[in-house]
Design a protein. Structure first.
Length: 630
């Protein structure tokens, strides 16, 4: 079903002008120069958004009978670009590939070496970098756990690979991993006790460790304490890494921030005194480039809702295009009572605070914004003005830092913002509620907070998911822990409840999304679900949340990879789909809503990313992004 009008990030210059621009970009790339795509002089054209300059992300996945070779259709490619696949310099496809960005090379061994060449207006371009080989159906990236230790009260701990993100840290067009190491004694904020330090590594796809940051004893370890963002904020082509730090944090060059001997831990293991910083690290070297006071400071601990340190240290983070063109850093604190969101720009080597939203401010106090946060946040252009908003649980904050709406339905654990209903223009929003006195789940118009439908109050509804998993319904389905079925965009029941209420993944060859839970991927069926993948020798993360280190379109075509740590925590094991598809979609990394979703996926209770347009059964032709790259 087509929409009445495209959303601003996908309004494009006239087709002929775009073709000329893209041809110029190709020539510029071959010459080693940069070219910026500008919006057309058409008043309705969207502002180009800054995005990563990526290579083809070429992979070959061995299936037992041959290799599935897949690659990225970049946002800077022409609409009509075609591709040829080469094995060791010999072309293997008979005619240029136009309908997809994958090719199955039957009978080839798992060691076959591939490149791909774009064909622009009939002219074949240069070879891509060589394919990353998934010889056993997966690719291992070696990692090295930090040494374990013993807490002041005599408890020994070791380390497990936890949440990860990806970004091009060195500007070569290849994504690197940013990986958080969590000690085995990590704590939820409600739990007392000492924890080991949190470490963050940058790792190349060949396993080379670029740097390791030790956040130190004054940053407690757990899902709600360290939310890191890896993104190119200043537009120099190399991503930075931002996170909360304190005295004793050691950067990737070994330099200590603040007082190295300070120890602010109390006898319960909480850190409720001492300075708090926001630090921007150089993504290539790990060096701390600048530290500022974290906003907001903790102030009086009890003013956040308790005196022992549970609510004061609930942090969220994200990245948003608040001006419609360049990314800003979002750092937040609190959601059960007071919530504060600070937006930062990183330009010319320094922080500038763009705005601060505080539910306790004179502007917002008494309007129902307090106590509305979730264990995550979402970012997207909800009001169709070309600029991103922050959807923060049961409320939203506009791109200028003003409160946009609140449903006053309180805290919840899970939320999904995306184009869930292709029959209507714009985004939709689905969230669950923890309060037994509030609706168990709500389907919301995120432009104004209007509740389209809701489920009756019943319980602490801890999980909820929205995505198109069933081809028998137009649009996405929504379901939750407390519900017994899946529902459509009108709230009507449409079938049996899936086997899991967790993550999602585009894995097989069609456009409906699959179920990702624990260490497996399943295909939804009306009578039962079908197992498509079981990870071998890997573990999920975050206890009962059972999430991977990362899931998203990080390599190959638009389908999503899933990354789990191996059981011994010595590798990140990447799985990429072995299934062909006839659908061609621009790499989701160049859809900035999906890209920022990938960046905030590690935040607190992890949630899967959603693009700004509908992918699913009977989808319209996927739009092309309007972007600029360094």
């Amino acid at each position: 079903m087509s929409r009445s009008r495209p959303r601003p990030p996908y309004q494009r210059p006239h087709r002929r002008r775009r073709s000329l621009l893209l041809a110029a970009a190709t020539a510029a790339a071959l010459a080693g120069t940069a070219l910026t795509f500008l919006p057309s002089d058409n008043a309705s054209a969207a502002t180009a958004r800054q995005a990563e300059a990526l290579d083809r992300g070429l992979v070959s996945v061995y299936t037992g009978t041959g290799n599935l070779v897949s690659w990225r259709w970049l946002g800077t490619d022409p609409d009509n670009v075609a591709f040829n696949v080469y094995r060791a310099g010999t072309k293997v496809n008979s005619t240029p590939i136009t309908g997809s960005t994958n090719y199955f090379h039957e009978g080839a061994p798992n060691s076959a070496d591939y490149t791909v060449r774009a064909v622009v207006n009939g002219v074949e371009q240069a070879d891509s970098p060589h394919a990353i080989q998934f010889r056993s159906g997966y690719k291992d990236v070696p990692i090295s756990p930090p040494a374990g230790g013993t807490t002041p009260d005599g408890v020994a701990y070791t380390y497990e690979a936890n949440d990860a993100s990806v970004a091009d840290l060195d500007g070569d067009g290849v994504l690197e991993f940013v990986l958080k190491w969590q000690p085995t004694n990590a704590k939820d904020n409600s739990q007392s006790g000492y924890t080991g330090n949190t470490y963050v590594d940058a790792v190349k796809l060949d396993g080379t460790r670029m740097w390791r940051i030790d956040l130190g004893r004054n940053i407690r370890s757990g899902a709600h304490y360290t939310q890191f963002q890896a993104y190119d904020y200043d537009g120099d082509g190399k991503a930075e890494v931002a996170m909360k730090t304190s005295d004793g944090t050691k950067d990737g060059k070994g330099t200590v921030i603040g007082n190295s001997s300070a120890d602010y831990r109390n006898s319960s293991g909480y850190v409720l005194s001492g300075p708090e910083y926001l630090t921007m690290f150089n993504g290539q070297t790990g060096a701390a480039m600048s530290s500022v006071d974290y906003v907001p400071g903790r102030g009086t601990v009890s003013s956040w809702g308790d005196s022992y340190g549970n609510r004061v240290d609930r942090f969220l983070a994200g990245t948003a295009y608040l001006d419609g063109a360049r990314p800003s850093l979002i750092m937040a604190r609190g959601y059960y009572t007071r919530s504060v969101i600070a937006a930062w720009d990183w330009r010319d080597g320094k922080f500038t605070r763009r705005w601060t939203f505080d539910t306790n401010s004179s502007t917002n106090s008494g309007k129902g914004y307090d106590g509305q946060g979730s264990h995550s946040l979402s970012v997207g252009d909800v009001d169709n003005d070309g600029k991103d908003e922050i959807v923060y649980g049961a409320m939203a904050v506009d791109d200028n830092g003003n409160g946009l709406w609140t449903t006053k339905t309180g805290h919840g654990d899970a939320q999904h913002l995306g184009d869930l209903d292709p029959s209507s223009s714009g985004l939709e929003y689905y969230k669950v509620s923890e309060s037994t006195s509030q609706p168990a789940a709500l389907y919301i118009n995120p432009a104004n907070g209007a509740v389209k439908w809701k489920l009756a109050a019943c319980c602490d509804n801890g999980r909820g998911v929205a995505g198109d998993i069933y081809s028998g319904n137009d649009g996405a389905e929504a379901w939750s822990s407390s519900d017994s079925s899946i529902r459509d965009e009108a709230g009507a029941t449409k079938g049996r409840k899936p086997s899991s209420t967790n993550f999602l993944s585009w894995w097989d060859g069609d456009t409906t999304r699959e179920l990702l839970d624990g260490t497996h991927i399943d295909k939804y069926g009306t009578s039962s679900d079908t197992r498509l993948l079981t990870g071998s020798g890997v573990h999920s993360n975050n206890g009962t949340k059972a999430t991977p280190s990362l899931s998203g379109d990080i390599l190959g075509d638009w389908r999503e990879e899933v990354v789990w740590p191996t059981t011994n925590n010595t590798a990140l094991r990447i799985y990429s789909t072995p299934v062909q598809t006839s659908t061609r979609i621009t790499t989701l990394l160049h859809d900035t809503m999906y890209r920022t979703g990938l960046a905030w996926q590690n935040t607190a209770y992890n949630q899967p990313p959603h693009p700004s347009f509908f992918i699913g059964n009977k989808m319209a032709t996927a739009p092309r992004p309007t972007i600029t790259t360094p």
